[in-house]
Design a protein around this ligand. Sequence first.
Ligand code: F6P
Length: 363
Amino acid sequence: GRAIGVFTSGGDSQGMNAAVRAVVRMGMTCGAKVFLIHEGYQGMVDGGENIKEAAWDSVSGILQLGGTVIGSARCKDFRQREGRLKAACNLVTHGITNICAIGGDGSLTGANLFREEWPSLLEELVQNDKITKEQQIKHSHLNIVGLVGSIDNDFCGTDMTIGADSALHRIVDCVDAISTTAVSHQRAFVLEVMGRHCGYLALVTGLACGADWIFIPEHPPGDDWEEKMCQRLNNARMWGNRLNVIIVSEGAIDCHGKPITSQQVKDAICRKLDIDTRITVLGHVQRGGSPSAFDRILGTRMGAEAVLALLEATPDTPAYVVSLDGNQAVRVPLMECVKKTQEVQKAMDNLDFDRAAKLRGRT
Ligand code: F6P
């Protein structure tokens, strides 16, 4: 049978454990050996205790846990060929030629480069007497399937990334909690949420909580945003509201591409309106806590599909990402998604937001 290695990489997200569990159990059910690679690419480079064959109960009791129990890392060594040589050697030693990478777009791009480089890495390992010619022939091809784990929902090609829904639940809970104290004191709250360059979390939170104003990178306001926002906040007060909620995405920018910070937003309110204003930066609380039912199921479905894709892979099939399209778990060529995601970033850098929105499509 085939041997599958599964690892989580980059920032953790709720639901990654569900995906790891599904890969292990679906893999075993299909007769494959599954190895847990701990600490992301770092564990692949360091080998030893980091790479362990999983048993059925290695993944018991993790479905309901946030984070990733097999650890994650942002790894510098893997960016060097030296590190990738070590990683390849460790994989071949364990007989692993199938990889399920669970992470964000950087981690998945890294996986694809590794796959393209694989033959030349093995050639060098043979020359350095690290592996035998027989091992090289037996492990000549590396299959990769990626699952997108990120709270940001910033990956082109999937409707939802694993963790975004749980982060939303957490953020909405926080906004609801803050609202009760805000109402009591008739305050305005500027709430900063994560998302890197993607405004999804901020936008959807704003809609779900009935925020007064939202700042997201995809829709920068004009130069008169201070007046417009304050006018709207003032109106809300005149309509009888005892609070204002303003959601700021951490990547928010103005129409010149300059960051808009929570402090700037607060200062504008204080300057123009007589409203007591506070800032709350939600931070990593958004990435913590147990995964929502949606993310548990999403991780499980994607993990199972990843195993099927790996077991059916041939040297001619591309590296895939398992993505959610409508309500279907489907396989999309990894490079297509990575290229699109990079193009979106380029369009955003050029302040071409219509193009970015078009490229993103449904996500
Ligand atoms: O990509 C997930 C994310 O939580 C972003 O929303 C945020 O910008 C970043 O990671 C924070 O990174 P770190 O956990 O390394 O501080």
